[in-house]
Design a protein. Structure first.
Length: 140
């Protein structure tokens, strides 16, 4: 299914400031956490198409992962984790998500198991949602 650029732009504008994860669709494991506004979540795919001469850095590892996913015939998924944030809050949310994922590794999903944002509500005993808007969707 192809989504028009106008729809993507409208949805991105509605999100305001947000925190997102780039997720490997073969494993459902996030490999990059970012924050953005507008079409930032889509910029990584374009980055991976452009050859840039730079050392092995965070950007290099991210781009290598995107290229690897594409070589397998797939596209990275974009999971919006929180949206409608103000500028100062989205930096804190991004840092918190990175801290959690660096502390508690996620296992690749077994074959045919579906994973989606907020689909593991029984994992936490305090699965309440605060007033900031939470994850809503994935983009492929």
């Amino acid at each position: 299914m192809t989504v028009s650029q106008a729809v993507i732009r409208q949805v991105s504008d509605e999100l305001q400031h947000y925190v997102y994860a780039l997720v490997d669709p073969a494993t459902s494991v996030p490999f990059y956490i970012g924050k953005g506004k507008g079409l930032r979540h889509a910029a990584h795919g374009a980055e991976s198409l452009i050859a840039v001469d730079e050392d092995a850095s965070e950007r290099g590892a991210k781009v290598d992962r995107i290229r690897s996913i594409r070589q397998a015939g797939l596209e990275p998924e974009v999971w919006i984790l929180r949206y409608g944030l103000n500028r100062s809050d989205y930096t804190s949310v991004e840092a918190s998500v990175i801290d959690v994922l660096m502390s508690f590794p996620i296992k690749p999903r077994p074959q045919n198991e579906l994973r989606a944002p907020l689909s593991e509500r029984t994992q936490l005993t305090n699965a309440r949602r605060e007033k900031a808007r939470g994850g809503c969707c994935t983009s492929r």
